[in-house]
Design a protein. Structure first.
Length: 256
């Protein structure tokens, strides 16, 4: 977030405020997720702080509330529309924790929240939409569910034991991997088409695009493995691939 805001032209204090706002939201969503998952985590992830007895439910709820207040306050200090964007992302994250993920609809939260992220950073930094929003925002809307499916594949067995089926669990491993591969091709393909349509592509952008495609492809292969550890590495590889795509987009925006 800090890098994105600085790339949009924000001075360090403003970029730091935007990053602080996002950090608060992440603390709120993460802590509330642990509160919602206490019973399931006792079955499948007993080493997590609340099931292990390291943190109580009340303390986790306080962390969630404090994170939400701090995140929204930081966003409000930037501007009212930035606070609205932060509130929308917070609401989607909390809805995911409490309801959407248990009904196989977690991908909806990801599809809506991911496009809001660059808008929050860019509008907060520059008072305008990020470059090429007609491509960036649809790509972000696809990238969110893509990562959610990859993450769901790592938890297939644990979710089944807990009686919670996300999108990956409802599709089954084979179809989930097929969907994941299709989304990766679309997202990376749109990134390449956008780069080529803009004229000569810098070495940095080309390298980031190639590295993103390589990491994403490796991630899909690993996510298809019956081995849980391999699927976890697949999820990490795809997250790295998405980060490299974001770096390529920044390089393309700088060249524009």
């Amino acid at each position: 977030m800090l890098v994105l805001a600085v790339s949009a032209g924000a001075r360090l204090p403003l970029a730091g405020l935007l990053a602080l706002g996002m950090l608060g939201l992440q603390f709120a969503i993460g802590a509330y997720n642990d509160v919602c998952d206490i019973d399931r985590d006792r079955l499948t992830k007993p080493a997590k702080p609340i099931p292990a007895g390291l943190v109580g439910r009340r303390e986790a709820a306080i962390v969630a509330a404090a994170g939400a207040v701090a995140g929204l306050a930081a966003a409000a200090a930037v501007g009212p529309l930035v606070m609205v964007l932060a509130g929308a992302m917070l609401g989607l994250g909390l809805a995911y924790d409490a309801w959407l993920k248990t009904r196989g609809l977690g991908w909806v939260a990801f599809a809506l929240a991911f496009p809001l992220l660059p808008v929050y950073a860019w509008y907060g930094a520059a008072g305008e939409l990020p470059p090429r929003p007609e491509v960036l925002l649809p790509v972000a809307a696809l990238a969110g569910p893509m990562l959610q499916v990859a993450n769901g594949l790592t938890d297939l067995e644990r979710d089944a034991r807990a009686g919670v089926l996300g999108l990956a669990g409802r599709l089954g491993r084979r179809r989930a991997v097929g969907l994941l591969a299709a989304l990766q091709l679309i997202v990376n393909g749109l990134a390449w088409l956008t780069a080529l349509a803009g004229g000569p592509v810098s070495v940095i952008a080309s390298g980031a695009l190639a590295a993103a495609f390589t990491a994403s492809g490796a991630g899909v292969v690993l996510s298809a493995s019956p081995n849980v550890t391999a699927r976890e590495w697949g999820w990490h590889a795809q997250a790295v691939g998405l980060a490299l795509l974001a770096a390529a987009w920044l390089a393309l925006a700088a060249d524009a």
